[in-house]
Design a protein around this ligand. Sequence first.
Ligand SMILES: C[S@@+](CC[C@H](N)C(=O)[O-])C[C@H]1O[C@@H](n2cnc3c(N)ncnc32)[C@H](O)[C@@H]1O
Length: 218
Amino acid sequence: MTTVNETIEYNEQLSQYIRNLFVVEDETLQQIRERPPKEGLPPHDINPEEGRFLQLLVRASNAKSAVEFGTLVGYSSIWIARGLAPGGKLFTFEKEPMCVDIAKENFAKANVAHQIEILCGDAHTLVDSIAEAPFDFVFIDAEKTGYIDYFDWALENTRPGGFIVAHNVFLHRTILDSDTTDEGVKAMQMFHKHVAASNRVMSTVFPAGDGTLVAVTA
Ligand SMILES: C[S@@+](CC[C@H](N)C(=O)[O-])C[C@H]1O[C@@H](n2cnc3c(N)ncnc32)[C@H](O)[C@@H]1O
């Protein structure tokens, strides 16, 4: 017998239930997510309900300017762009030239190319080339060892009341391993402590998918 306070494990059935009711993933987004493996790219996009959640956060923050670290082929970028206020713009960073080329094609297919500027190279050095700060919304989804640096950059470059959001914060549950020797997992554990200890944001983790950390700047 279940009790009121019992936590229900989030699983494929619940995921599908949410997708069927709330997630408006059009054919373009579906094709991008289900792209053929022959392109040789990892299938590391956010999932559809995480995409819808991102779009909702962008809309809730009334964002007109956004930054994304880690484009891959643009699946999450399209969700963000579709949440922006009219005239809004997203800057997205990707280090792999092949991904950048495919992402540009995908932005055109999704009719969001005019809203997105993609910058190719290491985000840590390129980020200083964008002069439009303060931003309303920052999404962190590149290498896990860089999350603290991206977050600290976002703290300095996001307006009060803006959102800083980070993906994969459960790292497929490995985050719970306190004896880990994996550098990525250790970096994510440090990232959690870093954000939770900051008095410049209100933050929590939304536990659907692989975990999305959401922080609102003071
Ligand atoms: C998890 S994937 C991004 C997925 C994408 N946000 C989505 O959900 O559709 C991470 C991407 O970050 C890129 N990346 C990793 N380190 C980077 C860096 N230092 N600068 C720019 N891009 C980087 C990788 O090449 C990879 O394409």
